[in-house]
Design a protein around this ligand. Structure first.
Ligand SMILES: [Zn+2]
Length: 394
């Protein structure tokens, strides 16, 4: 599993250099020669690899199989992700609640976008409620997936490719260990060596983004019974029944047959404790559904008036100016209903925005100033015929 040859030089990087300079056929020859050092970029790793390092008393792994961990305990580890330009590593925190008895293995992730906080708190709260001695199965949490984005509390990863590029890590999954950017490699390492090998199901928690607030909802393909069964266990008001697009983490799981979906928990940058409690309750229900945790179900979707849509109608700004919303999150709207107006610097109304559909408000621009083209409102609604990929306000 070592990435290094005997002289400590990473041979995978020779392969990439070959690909870039002398073409693919030469690279294939190098690839055959380097087979002993080549890592599995497309198949899950098996077995735990400790690097021998510890950080603040926590052991570092470069691959993890939760079956190798002591049952009936919580384990706190660092996973070694992609390298920084200095040659140091982006470590991510891994918490494993390993049940005393065998059972299903669930994964809870947050921090794929760096400005989202309520999702991190949700995962932490669930993990803090778990008692491994009473569990049948395993729950693993990775709360800070896109570390460099989180360090600056911004959505995207500041990559050092051609000057600083900001890369949205939730367009990179399942990643590529030999990819051309750090977030691509980081995604590949995490997916192949940490997430996929330990998942019977996976939940990737998000919130709205800086400047754009969303309500509480879950995104998932409700035509997949294993996904539907989990999503319906959340006492939250909206379901976005859609497979969205490739590159998002929950779809990388789905593509390899692991049921997965994405909860969205309100506004970015803040903790919404009331909303967090709903997602904690729903996630505990999911763990009970899978037999990992015992006890009665909490409230589910049946206990709230869930609105399900399969499409998000976007309203984009046509002008620059200050936006004034006329409706609130979760409000029901009708076609033709005015939902926002916009004023220029003189206070004159320069635009009026109306809904094109009957649905419920699922997201609103929270930065009052807007330039043309920015999404101002997303309205969750039911579309008769879906064509192509759908944008959504994650
Ligand atoms: Zn997000």
């Amino acid at each position: 599993m070592s990435d290094k040859s005997k002289n400590g030089i990473d041979r995978r990087d020779f392969m990439i250099a070959s690909l870039a300079t002398v073409g693919a056929s030469a690279a294939l020859a190098v690839s055959a020669d380097a087979a002993d050092a080549e890592d599995t970029a497309s198949t899950p790793a098996s077995g735990t690899v400790y690097t021998g390092d510890t950080i603040e008393g926590k052991k570092v792994v470069s691959a993890l199989d939760v079956d190798d961990l002591e049952p009936g305990q919580k384990h706190f580890l660092y996973f070694q992700g992609a390298q920084m330009p200095t040659g140091q590593y982006w470590y991510v925190s891994v918490t494993v609640a390993k049940g005393a008895r065998p059972g299903k293995r669930g994964i809870l992730t947050s921090g794929v976008h760096g400005d989202e906080m309520s999702n991190i708190h949700t995962v932490q709260t669930v993990m803090n409620q778990l008692d491994p001695a009473q569990m049948s199965g395993t729950v693993m949490a990775v709360t800070d997936v896109a570390r460099p984005a989180i360090e600056s509390m911004q959505r995207r990863w500041p990559n050092q490719g051609r000057g600083v590029d900001l890369i949205d890590m939730n367009r990179e999954w399942p990643g590529n260990e030999n990819g051309l950017t750090a977030p691509s490699r980081h995604a590949g390492l995490l997916f192949n060596r940490l997430l996929r090998p330990n998942a019977d199901f996976a939940i990737d928690f998000h919130t709205g983004t800086t400047g754009f607030e969303v309500t509480a909802f879950n995104i998932g393909g409700m035509d997949v019974p294993d996904v539907k069964a989990m999503v319906e266990l959340y006492p939250v008001g909206q379901i976005f029944d859609n497979h969205v697009y490739p590159g998002v983490l929950h779809n990388a799981f789905m593509d390899v047959g692991i049921p997965s979906f994405t909860p969205e928990i309100g506004a970015a940058r803040v903790l919404d404790l009331e909303m967090i409690a709903l997602f904690v309750e729903g996630t505990m229900n999911v763990l009970k559904h899978h037999g990992i945790v015992a006890g009665p179900m909490g409230r589910t979707g049946k206990d709230v008036n869930v609105f399900t849509g399969n499409s998000a109608f976007p309203i984009l700004a046509t002008q620059g100016g200050i936006v004034e919303h006329l409706v609130k999150l979760n409000d029901k709207v009708e076609p033709g209903q005015k939902v926002a107006i916009q004023r220029n610097s003189f206070g004159e109304v320069v635009a009026e925005y109306t809904s094109g559909v009957a649905g419920e408000i699922t997201g609103q621009r929270s930065d009052a100033m807007s330039e043309p083209g920015n999404p101002l409102v997303f309205i969750l609604f039911h579309k008769a015929a879906l064509v192509g990929a759908e944008a959504y306000p994650e």
